[in-house]
Design a protein around this ligand. Structure first.
Ligand code: ATP
Length: 418
């Protein structure tokens, strides 16, 4: 049985991953969980997301399907926050994962879908499902069930004791920095060195204590053992599409669509301009097509890279289209445009800078009386190297592939933010 859940929480509390964790435990007497549960992030531009647009799925081997469905439904009804304005739970239980379900996942991570599309496919495939209120969660629940992950990473989520929900989290920060020092790059985005903060714990009232992300389950477990905190009620190691760029489509500047995420090639048309609150914008051009790219204030030191770009620099940019603007997640500087400055020539005898000899009369050296005609060009040094640059961990999108995951020949040209 392939079980998918989504949209059970609200801004006020609870969390779909927590519901899944409790459900997996309750289902143990009825069957066996096969493989790792999946934490699936869907289109980050989806309008009704609470936070990170997560949905959950797991596989259960059971010969008591009726009881499984009944228990899943009961748990969903018990642990969903039905009072949330935008909470529209969805539960999907399929016998198999078909090609159409896989295709639905790929669309859900890159496009904006309608609830009716999910219902239509569920009916067509004869899949058991329950949607509550508007049933919008069926989109995520079906997509998570169909999620096939050609590339994946892991996240261990530790949950809080119920009596502590809504109180401030007790985490020994020093132990978190130590865990990072000992397990990076097997784990990442636990802390942000440049911005000097811990970034693996939410501040909301939900049951999540923290999440340790990484590509190596052993490194994640080592970090988990090192980190000291308030008691952990339960923890689950999920397989996830986080950190894989699953949302990124190869696109062209002239044909991008709103609420989709792209990798685009182009040339910087003008250096970046800052507007109020520290947001930076620059136009990127390919032929006659132009797009506005943004590095918003929360991207912090990434803006330092963006402000070094000059007209003519050749780039690949990665980001999401929001309100007609590409919100940058990372860039690949392919080629830096040469920046030249014109200045008076140096005297061939004494080496001192020559002076203008008058309008249209070239330059002369006052001491040696030598003369030269035109100004000379200097190539200005650039404060930027070609290669990949990314937003820092404190601004990372769940789905964005961190540069530390790029290996092979490209590894020489990456500048991972840490
Ligand atoms: P959390 O991260 O705390 O679980 P969330 O950010 O995942 O919260 P949800 O409560 O799951 O937010 O709400 C997201 C809603 O958007 C769900 O109903 C989900 O089915 C729907 N959704 C997900 N992807 C898409 C998509 N591509 N198009 C339209 N709706 C989507």
């Amino acid at each position: 049985m392939f079980i998918g859940i989504d949209d059970t929480d609200s801004e006020r509390g609870l969390c779909t991953t927590y519901l899944a964790a409790v459900l997996m435990e309750r289902l143990k007497p009825l069957g066996e969980i096969v493989g790792r549960p999946k934490l699936i992030r869907l289109n980050p531009c989806a309008r009704y997301k609470t936070r990170g647009n997560a949905a959950l799925s797991f596989r259960l081997e059971s010969d008591r399907p009726d009881e499984v469905r009944e228990l899943a439904l009961k748990t969903l009804l018990e642990l969903s926050d039905f009072s949330g304005m935008n909470t529209n739970p969805g539960l999907v239980i399929a016998d198999e994962v078909t090609e159409s379900m896989k295709a639905f996942y790929r669309r859900a991570v890159t496009e904006i879908l309608e609830i009716a599309e999910a219902r239509r496919l569920l009916d067509l495939e004869g899949i058991w499902y329950r949607g509550f209120k508007k049933g919008r969660g069926l989109i995520g629940a079906l997509a998570a069930t169909g999620a096939e992950l050609p590339d994946f990473t892991y996240e261990l989520i530790a949950y809080r004791e119920r009596r502590r929900w809504g109180t401030s989290r007790k985490i020994d920060e020093e132990s978190v920095w130590r865990a990072d020092a000992l397990t990076y790059p097997g784990t990442w985005d636990t802390v942000d060195h440049h911005n000097n903060r811990i970034v693996f714990a939410p501040h909301s009232g939900d049951p999540v204590l923290f999440g340790i992300r990484g590509s190596d389950p052993q490194a994640i477990m080592q970090a988990f053992r090192i980190i000291k905190s308030e008691p952990v009620e339960r923890s689950v190691l999920y397989q996830t599409n986080q950190g894989t760029d699953a949302h990124i489509l190869a696109g062209e500047i002239g044909s991008v669509r709103e609420s989709q995420s792209y990798r685009l090639h182009g040339f910087v048309a003008e250096p970046a301009r800052a507007i109020a609150k520290g947001h930076l914008f620059f136009p990127l051009q390919e032929g006659s097509a132009l797009i506005n790219c943004a590095a918003f204030e929360p991207t912090k030191n990434f803006r330092g890279v963006i402000s070094q770009l000059k007209a003519g620099d050749e780039l690949e940019v990665y980001g999401s289209m929001r309100d007609g603007c590409l919100n940058l997640e990372k860039i690949n500087v392919l080629q830096l445009a040469e920046q030249v400055e014109l200045s008076a020539p140096l005297c061939p005898s004494c080496g001192r800078r020559m002076e203008s000899a008058g309008r249209g009369q070239g330059y002369r050296c006052r001491t040696c009386k030598t003369r030269e005609q035109g100004r000379v060009q200097h190539v200005l040094p650039r404060n930027l190297e070609p290669g990949y640059y990314e937003v820092p961990p404190c601004a990372r999108r769940h789905l964005s592939k961190p540069l530390i995951r790029i290996s092979g020949d490209l590894a020489q040209s990456v500048h991972p933010a840490r």
